[in-house]
Design a protein around this ligand. Sequence first.
Ligand code: C2E
Ligand code: MG
Ligand code: MG
Ligand code: MG
Length: 293
Amino acid sequence: TAKQQGKAGFVRYAEGMGEPVLAHMQLGGELRRALDNDEFRVVYQPIMRLGDNRLVGVEALVRWHHPARGVVGPAEFIPAAERTGLIVPLGRFVLRETCRQAAAWLAEFGPDALREAGLNVSARQLHDPDFVAEVAGALADSGLPCERLVLEVTESAVLRGQQVSRALYELDRMGIRLALDDFGTGESSLSLLRAFPAAIVKLDKSFVDGIEIDDGHPGAADARQAVARAVIQLAHALKLDTVAEGIESPEQVATLRELGYTLGQGYHLAQPMTADGVSRLLARQAAAAPVGP
Ligand code: C2E
Ligand code: MG
Ligand code: MG
Ligand code: MG
């Protein structure tokens, strides 16, 4: 159990573990110390073109390199960071680091190698009156063109309040691309798409899981395919890009391609990796083939 593995009830990070396991108060203090101590790192998960496995983008994902407990995943501390407000300075770090890194890739590999870099933004950050200015500052300081930055927000974050929608409209006006993350899991996905300046929808992993299992009987897989099909039809009609999340098998790739998906993300395509790992992928890609459209 978690208790046996970590002194303070932490579990060493493993994909799929999702429960916050340390008392919130204590975790708040730990996070503050960790921020001062530079213990957070950003890894990047490639977003790939499903037709030819070419890297088109990355999503930045934060990790906590705890001196005693090892690498801790965001599910363990993002909720506490949101509650304590520490998500604001932590999110600022991820934003600045991602912009800096994306600008470095752009300089090293050219404009066609990596189209964009995305990062996750929580509701608390969107409520911060300084957020839009911080994004503008991170872009200006890094030299990253605004159209190469993607900010991923969830439906529940978008739905929380006036200040949020004003920030989103300002970011959209600046030319930053907004992605609706975990799409389809919220309560009002469809009306939200109409009201929100999204450029990208990310089909949630829960619709990708089991999507390939087609035994000819109406059942769970058919329902997931129906959702995935409805989402892509809607996205086409509204001229939005789509990314299918959490792809774990070649069969899922095949099914998603049949449904019309062209971009995907998931362990089967590429794991989250360090910036150096992405650089190696980009170098290999540049050596292997001339850049296509
Ligand atoms: P998300 O934005 O939906 O990110 C995708 C999550 O799915 C990542 O988990 C990624 O490692 C995982 N994943 C990718 N492919 C697969 C797959 O094939 N199978 C499975 N089982 N999982 C896959 P991670 O890194 O643990 O992040 C979890 C969530 O934490 C993210 O979900 C996002 O909501 C949040 N998060 C991560 N980094 C940040 C951050 O810097 N700021 C904020 N506010 N939230 C973050
Ligand atoms: Mg995301
Ligand atoms: Mg997601
Ligand atoms: Mg998700």
